[in-house]
Write a protein that binds this ligand. Structure first.
Ligand code: ADP
Ligand code: ZN
Length: 438
């Protein structure tokens, strides 16, 4: 029986000491490696690297293992990296595959059970209990944010409202009628939901029972999170996941909101330099590399996520000693290289969100004019105004402040609310229209 008064869903695992975590990881890593070697793909990789399962004697030996990449998943599409017979699998999730083959992740029933446990652990950590009502605004289907949160919230024992994506009026009706206390949404959708609430005269503080938001699946700045908290009048916790690692549940903030706890009983976390692939010291930004420790159907060894982050610590006032990572700055492929300068969209967002006159929607367009590459930032106003000198001054100030941050002066266009496109799923923040010279 779960003790509803405990701050932990799984006290034994969540409060392990570092020593206990590492001992468990080594034991599980050895098993995971042996399990992977039942598959041709890994056998070949190990042969190429000149290693065997016996080479894994300490946790540091994880570095001897070959990396795996999205490319490996694509090349082995659909089932080449499965480590159990297909008859033992009960579900698959697949990415959209806009560039080349999609990727497929298979799950056994045990994989799905463990995934639900991870999600339940996260939701419990931020104070949700079986009395809560959980509404999920993620698409259900191949996108893991739907079924992933669904089974996790059920595992915790909450009443779940699988509202799925879009249809804000219906979402708001459900929130009010069913007494929804917690919502999972991508950050760009929360701001849209709030706009519709405002139009409908619904005040989330006065008219709803909301107490927790889980926001994730796309990069967002601390400034955007704070805006969301002020709008909705509740805490918004950062949730990190990716299909390759199951989906949501990999890392989540606790009530301290001091970084994402990554669950090290399920994953080995490494941060490496994306060029040299050598580990970077704690506190330095690098690429997140994850090894699954419990997966049956499709374990992944040293998977290069392309997400960039850094280690913040390995202890926390909440009593959990699982590694804490900084919010993701984006994937290495989201990085804009403009006139030789490396820029992450989130750096621009961070500045925009500091202006209360500005709304939440913005778009960065890269263009080539007179053989020069330029950045144009379009950002919506929070409220309509015909005060043109205010708009002009705002544009100037943004140009100046963003210029200081990214070392290039962008062109800034302030536009009316509702002008910029809104995407159905994850927000599109950058459009690259530059000419490519050979
Ligand atoms: P897709 O690859 O189609 O976007 P996924 O749902 O697997 O599908 O996306 C996982 C990716 O989403 C992560 O690798 C990361 O880049 C991003 N992501 C997920 N959660 C967060 C988060 N909380 N903060 C920033 N980025 C996130
Ligand atoms: Zn904590």
């Amino acid at each position: 029986m779960i003790n509803v008064n405990s701050p932990y869903f799984n006290p034994e695992r969540e409060t392990m000491s570092r020593q206990q975590i590492e001992a468990l990881q080594l034991e599980r890593l050895k098993q995971a490696v042996r399990h992977c070697l039942t598959n041709d793909f890994y056998q070949k990789k190990f042969e190429e690297a000149g290693i065997t399962a016996d080479d894994i004697q300490s946790l540091a030996d994880v570095r001897k293992l070959p990396f795996t990449t999205k490319q490996d998943l694509r090349e082995s599409y659909p089932f080449g990296m499965a480590c159990v017979p297909l008859r033992d699998c009960v579900r698959l999730h697949s990415s959209s595959g806009t560039t080349g083959n999609p990727t497929v992740i298979l799950h056994t029933q045990k994989d799905l059970d463990e995934w639900a446990n991870q999600v339940a652990r996260n939701l419990w950590m931020v104070g949700l209990r079986p009395d809560d009502v959980f509404q999920n605004s993620s698409g259900y289907g191949m996108f893991t944010g739907g079924l992933g949160f669904q089974y996790g919230a059920e595992r915790l024992g909450m009443l779940t409202v699988p509202a799925a994506a879009g249809n804000s009026l219906r979402q708001i009706k459900f929130i009010k009628d069913f007494g929804t206390t917690a919502i999972h949404a991508i950050p760009s959708y929360v701001t849209r939901l709030y706009e519709v609430m405002k139009e409908q005269g619904v005040d989330p503080r006065r008219d709803t029972k909301l107490k927790v938001l889980a926001i994730g699946a796309e990069p967002h700045s601390e400034e955007q999170r704070q805006r969301i908290e002020e709008m909705m009048g509740v805490k918004a916790y950062n949730s990190f996941g990716m299909s390759e690692m199951c989906g949501p549940g990999v890392g989540f903030e606790c009530k301290e909101q001091n970084g994402l706890h990554f669950w090290e009983d399920y994953y080995i976390v490494e941060i490496v330099d994306p060029e040299t692939l050598e580990p970077v010291p704690d506190g330095e930004i690098g690429e997140l590399v994850l090894t699954t420790l419990c997966r049956e159907a499709m374990p992944l060894l040293r998977y290069r996520t392309r997400d960039l982050t850094r280690v913040l610590g390995r202890s926390c006032p909440c009593g959990r000693n699982h590694i804490r990572l900084d919010r993701m700055r984006g994937r290495s492929d989201d990085m804009i290289v403009l006139r030789g300068v490396n820029i992450f969209p989130i750096q621009v967002e961070k500045i925009l969100m500091q202006f209360p006159e500005l709304g939440n929607n913005y778009l960065i367009t890269l263009v080539t004019e007179d053989n020069n590459d330029q950045m144009i930032i379009e950002v919506e106003l929070a409220e309509p105004t015909d005060n043109y000198s205010l708009i002009e001054n705002l544009a100037k100030e943004i140009r100046h402040r963003v210029g200081d941050e990214i070392l290039l002066k962008p062109r800034v266009r302030i536009v009316a609310k509702g002008t910029l496109p809104v995407s159905e799923g994850k927000a599109v923040r950058v459009v690259d229209k530059r000419k490519v010279y050979q």
